[in-house]
Each structure stands twice: as C-alpha cells, then as structure tokens.
Design a protein around this ligand. Structure first.
Ligand code: HDD
Length: 708
C-alpha cells in the first residue's frame, strides 16, 4: 500500500474522491437537505409544487445518469496498477517510462467485444486488454486484445464486421454471441478472417480468468530511439499465472450461474491481495528487415512466430487496486491507440490507421464533448498545457489573456518543445512515395497459411475444442449456404478440420472456395486465391495454451470442499493446509448457510450452499471424511457437483470414507484417471495438487458420457 500512496495517479484520483462519512446530505449546490423522503406539496394529499428545487435537483440528475455504452467492448472491468521497466531498451526507444527501473502508474480495462454492457462475461468472444500508462511524458495507451491478430485488414470494414456480429437488427438477438447467421455470412465472405476465427473458436475465447490471459498489441508499432532510428515492435503481455480457459459447456452454464464470473474473479483477487502480474514482452524487427518475411508486418491478420523473432521481456505490470467507483473510472476511462508518447510511433497498418480516427471520435460522443481528458481517470499525471479551452464540462481554469500560439504576451508559453531544445513527440520520419489509391496490398493476399500454423500448433484436445467451437457456431447458423461457404474456407486450412466440422453439420466440405467468397476476395486481390509463400515456421509452441509460460501453478485457484454437518475437521484441515501452502483457496460448501458442525466438535462459517453455488464456479473438488458422507449420499445437488466437475475435466479428491460417494455418480461408470484422487490409492494431497497443476484432464472428454 505504501508504494501505491506514493504514486502520482493515486494522489490525483484521491483529490477527486468523495467520502460521505459523517457528512450531511446536500443538493448538488451543497445546500443541506432537511427531508429526503417527501416532495413539496400543496397540502398532505395535494399536488406537487414546481418550486421544489430539491426534488428537481435529484431527478434531473437521475434522468441523465446513463451515457451511451461503448459501441464495441461495452462490457468491461477495470483495475489500477503499476508498470516497472526491467530491461535497458534505450537502444530501441527513448520512451521515458521504458527506462530500466522506472515505475509508472496505470489503469487497465478488460472487456468482451460483442455483448452489451449488461451481458455475460463468459461469451465466446475476444477479450479487450487495454492499458493506459500515466507516464511522465503524458498518457500512453496500449489498446490490445487477448488474441494477437484481427478479423479484418482494413478499417473500412470495421463497422460492417461489428454490425454482423452484434445482435441482428430486426429482433436484437442473439446477445453476446457470434453464433448466428449475420456474423458467419460476413465472415464466410471475408477469407482474411480465417486466422482470427481459428483463435476465436479456440479456448482462448473462453478464459478462466482475466488474470490468466495473454495480451497483445496486435499491430506492428514502431519504437524510435533518441537518434531518431526506428525499429518495428510487437507487444505481448505474458501472465504469471499461465494461460487457462474453461470448457465450453462450463462457459454456457457460468453465464447463468454467475454472469459476472470474470469481473468477480478480478475484483476479489485484488481485494485479497492476490495482485495479478504480467510481463511485457517485445518482438523487435529492424527497419531494414521490413520486407524479409513471408507475411507483411503491416497486416493485422498475421503474427510474427516467436520461433522467428523471440519475445524479449522488458517489464512487469502488477494490478494492485480496485477502482473506487465503476462509472467514474471504468466506464469513463477513454482509451485511444493514437495516444502515444515520444519513442513509440504508428506504422502504416491500414487497420491501425483507421483506429486513430475512431477512438477519439467515439470518446467525444460517448463522454459528451472535448473535455473528457479532464476526467480524473483520463488526466495525465504530468499536467497538460495548451491553448484549447471552453467546451462542455470544462473544468480547468486557464489563467491570463493568452490562448493562442505564437504569442509574445504570454512569454511565448506554452512553448513548443523544439524551441527550447527539448524533443517532445516527434513523428518518426519515413519516406512515403506512392499514388493515392484505394486498394489492398498484394502482400496481404495469403489468408490461410497462418490459420494452418495455429491449428497445427495445438495439442490434440485443443484441436478437438476448435472443431467443437466451429461445429457449435455453424450449427446455430440457419443458412446451409453460409455453413458450406465457411466449410470451404476450413478446407483450405486443414482438410481433417473441415471434414470433422462437416460431419457435425451433415455436410461434405466443398473443395473450392465458394463463388461468392471468391467474388468478394477478388475485389481486393484480382488473382485470388494466390499461391502462398513458404512460411518460415510451420509449428509454434507459443500458440498452444498447454505450452504457454506460467504453467504449473495453482495459486489463487478455488477448491470446493463439499461438506455437511458432521464433517471431519481433521480431514478438512489436512487438505486445506496443503492447498493453502500452494496459494490455492479452500471454500466450504454445505447444505445450509450459517455454521457447519464438525464431527470432533466446533463449527466453521459457511458462505455457500449446494443451492446457491454451482460446480462451474470452482477449479477442483474435495470431499472430506466424516458423518457428512451419509448426508451427501442422499443429496442430489452434491452428486451433480461431482458429476459436473468430472465432465468439465477438473480434479476431484475423495478422502477414504468419502470414496463410496463415487458409486452414486457417473464417475463410477468411467475410467478413473489421474484427476480422480482417492486416499486409499493415492497420496491424497500431493496427487490432488499435481492433478490441479495440469489445469484440466482434457482427455476425459473422449468418453463424453457424463450427463451433467
Ligand atoms: Fe477497437 C474499443 C481493441 C480495431 C474502434 N477496441 C476497443 C477496446 C479495445 C479495442 C480493447 C475497448 C477499450 C476500452 O476498454 O475502453 N480494436 C481493438 C483491437 C483492434 C481494434 C485490438 C484491432 C487490432 N477498433 C478497431 C478498429 C476500429 C475500432 C479497426 C475502427 C476503425 N474500438 C473502436 C471504437 C471503440 C473501440 C469504436 C469503442 C469504444 C471505444 O473505442 O472507446 O473506437
């Protein structure tokens, strides 16, 4: 906490924070209110009076409490934190906040893309990953996603993409879901989306936690050093807790049981002091190598395989404080990829170029005018000095009679950095020489090679999940022509993938791309489909979640202890101690709230019951010994817990006396695997922890026999 108090952003926000403790209720003008229950009336039973300024003050504000939600990424969760630069990158960038040892306050917002503000966290969707660094050289926004590529290559298509994925305009269905005709209609006509779709159909789109997602800047940006030399750069956020997902069936159920699941997980862990951390990594490409690769660095549908250019870690982000107020901070924070600091610049990526217009434009509308920079959450910590003034909601008071440049009356201030030998932000100088054209670069025409790279890099269970993802989504599409069109695209990527999805749809994948798809693709590339250049890398371990960094920790994982009155305290305690030593959390679930009685005497407080909680809210399950076992034998909700936990491939441990409970569940009919830990056969605590470290026993899905 001491470190947070020292931080300039925390201080700045505190200056604007109101505490109502021991204060009298007032109007917005500070007038103390005597009666906050009754309108002013002409007689006890008479009509209300227009002079009731106290009522008007209250209602007029209430009537204006909603602002337009973000047109995309409407649903999000924010947190404060810090970034500490840990490597010397001065050779590549002059950015002051990246100077080794510098600590910079930041605000992050995670989001889903398609759903409305009140939709569910667990939709199959891309997650936004936006970071605002409050640097000493102004605000720098890295507005990325948890997927390193994008659906489209040129911003001109962005409104169409979003119109297609959002609920259909006639009936506003479905909410927060891409599994519908308009999305797949658009996507199947846009083969450039093939790579992104592969990621979106994978488990990356249903994360276990915001804290367990990678983040990516997506575009290639430019680092610029003090001498003005540029280097291409891609940004990566690598989570210390590993990269994990839930199962699709689980995601759907979570959306009902706790649609705030990811938001709650982030909030609760920060409250508990489990501060999530990510390393910031960069892939650096010298300017001279711009044309060296089989893909174009300016094409946002392509990654740079880590085997080709490794990721160098340059700093660490720690999220350490929840917002005080959701609206004032998380809702009003305004991100913009065009908010750059000296040492970082844009490239000519046509998707990035379009974004530079859209974000400031949308903030001007959404936040009601040009002074949104003055909202506490958006204010730079180093102050702002310019001649912009007035406008709705202006807060800063500009002193003096000068509000223009150049001036002599104000001593030439605020002065241009270059006039005093300072650098300020200087756009990286590059030669631009070409015809003014509305066209797509031919270097963007290969759409399938990296989609194939992604699929080939997955483990067997991950491939199965991708097949299921496509099968689920396309089954929800009513038009058979659209299903076939997408199958034809899959067939260009991997024939087995297309065949398997086709079988689930009762369709044989067409050999060639559909005529309509070709027609649209040829608008950009007349020779389409083009012969793909040979890729440098055909398989990349970094693309699989199973082999991503940070694996093997169970820190902050939630384990449900399934108990009832009469449970053995000793049996609870031995497992609790072992799990807590690994940083995991034990949560007792019983048949009623209040206290659970131990067999040995004594009680423990119960927050959750079989009625109020569901297995999907937990990572693993332990059933301790005791007289509770007899109660649980007759408790269908308990049986459902363990059936469902098994179905979702989670680890389950049973103390010796509780092992007989398996007989009443579907686990009895399945082959036991390393994820079912029995005290009579295993080392109860060590083997349970080992199973949890593997995250899920995905192989268990092969049977698919558990009707949970
Ligand atoms: Fe965007 C919001 C990420 C392409 C236009 N975008 C938004 C947010 C994220 C992204 C994380 C939420 C920010 C927040 O939390 O407030 N967007 C991306 C990424 C893209 C991308 C990674 C591609 C690489 N976006 C993109 C394009 C356009 C936009 C091509 C338009 C030309 N995005 C917007 C927007 C939003 C937005 C309409 C809506 C709310 C906002 O900006 O603040 O301007």
């Amino acid at each position: 906490m001491a470190k947070q108090q020292e931080n300039k952003k925390v201080q700045q926000i505190q200056e604007h924070t109101i505490d109502n403790a021991n204060r009298v209720l007032t109007t917005n003008d500070g007038v103390p209110i005597n009666d906050n229950n009754n309108m002013l009336k002409a007689g006890e039973r008479g009509p209300a009076l227009i002079e009731d300024f106290i009522f008007q003050d209250k209602l007029a504000h209430f009537d204006r409490e909603r602002i337009p939600e973000r047109v995309v990424h409407a649903r999000g969760s924010g947190a404060h934190g810090i970034f500490e630069a840990t490597a010397d990158v001065s050779q590549y960038t002059s950015a002051a906040f990246l100077k080794k040892g510098t600590v910079t306050p930041l605000f992050i917002r995670f989001s889903t893309v398609a759903g409305f503000k009140g939709s569910t966290d667990l939709a199959r969707d891309v997650r936004g990953f936006s970071v605002k660094f409050y640097t000493e050289e102004g605000n720098y926004d890295l507005v990325g996603n948890n997927i390193p590529v994008f659906f489209i290559q040129d911003s001109m298509n962005f409104p169409d993409l979003i119109h297609a994925v959002k609920p259909e305009p006639n009936n506003e269905m479905p909410q927060a879901a891409s599994a519908h005709d308009t999305f797949w209609d658009f996507i199947s006509l846009m083969p450039e989306s093939a790579h992104m779709l592969m990621w979106a159909m994978s488990d990356r789109a249903i994360p276990r936690s915001f804290r367990m997602m990678e983040g990516f800047g997506v575009h290639t940006f430019k680092f610029v050093n003090a001498a003005g030399k540029g280097t291409f750069v891609k940004f990566h956020w690598k989570p210390k807790l590993g990269v994990h997902s839930v199962a699709w069936n689980e995601a759907q159920k979570l959306s009902g049981f706790d649609s705030d699941f990811l938001r709650r997980d982030l909030w609760e862990n920060i409250e508990k002091g489990n501060f999530p951390q990510w390393d910031l990594g960069v892939q650096l490409v010298p300017e001279e190598d711009e044309q060296k690769y089989s893909f174009d660095l300016l094409d946002a549908t392509k990654i740079i395989p880590e085997e080709l250019i490794p990721v160098t870690i340059i700093g660490t982000m720690t999220l350490n404080r929840n917002p005080e107020n959701f609206f004032a901070e998380t809702e009003q924070v305004a991100f913009d990829p065009g908010r750059l600091v000296p040492g970082i610049d844009l490239t000519n990526d046509p998707l990035l170029q379009g974004r530079i217009f859209s974000y400031a434009d949308t903030q001007n509308y959404r936040l009601g005018g040009p002074n949104f920079h003055e909202l506490p959450i958006n204010r730079p910590v180093n102050g702002k000095h310019n001649n912009q003034k007035d406008g709705f909601g202006r807060q800063d008071i500009l002193k003096g009679n000068v509000s223009y440049f150049p001036n002599s009356l104000g001593g030439g201030c605020p002065y241009q950095a270059m006039l005093k030998g300072e650098t300020g932000f200087k756009s990286h100088e590059e030669k631009v020489d070409g015809y003014k054209v509305r066209r797509r670069s031919s270097s963007f025409a290969d759409h399938f090679t990296q989609a194939r790279l992604f699929f080939n890099s997955q483990t067997a269970p991950e491939k199965e999940h991708i097949i299921s993802g496509y099968s689920f989504e396309l089954s929800k599409v009513n038009s058979v022509a659209i299903r076939k069109r997408e199958l034809a695209i899959l067939n260009q990527i991997d024939q087995e993938l297309a065949k398997r999805v086709g079988a689930n749809l009762g369709l044989t994948p067409p050999e060639q791309l559909d005529e309509l798809t070709l027609q649209f693709a040829r608008q950009n590339h007349p020779e389409y489909p083009v012969k793909a250049p040979k890729p440098e890398v055909e398989k990349s371990a970094a693309l699989s979640m199973a082999t991503a960094p940070g694996e093997g920790t169970i820190e902050t994982r939630k384990v449900a202890f399934l108990v009832a009155d009469g449970v053995s305290k000793a049996s609870v305690d031995v497992m609790k101690k072992a799990l807590e030593a690994e940083g995991a959390e034990a949560v007792l679930i019983s048949t009623h709230t209040g206290n659970v009685k131990f067999k040995e005497g004594g009680e423990a407080e119960i927050q959750h019951t079989y009625l109020t909680e569901a297995s999907v809210c937990y990572d693993a399950f332990y059933t301790p010994d005791g007289d509770s076992v007899a109660t649980l034998e007759d408790e269908p909700d308990y049986i459902h817990f363990i059936n469902e936990g098994f179905r979702h491939c989670k680890a389950l441990a049973f103390a010796k006396g509780a092992e007989k409970l398996i007989a009443g569940s579907y686990i009895a009919k399945q082959e036991k695997d390393a994820g079912v830990v029995l005290e009579s056969k295993n080392n109860l605590t060590a083997d349970f922890i080992k199973a949890m470290k593997g995250h899920r026993v995905w192989d268990r899905e092969k049977g698919r026999k558990v009707p949970a």
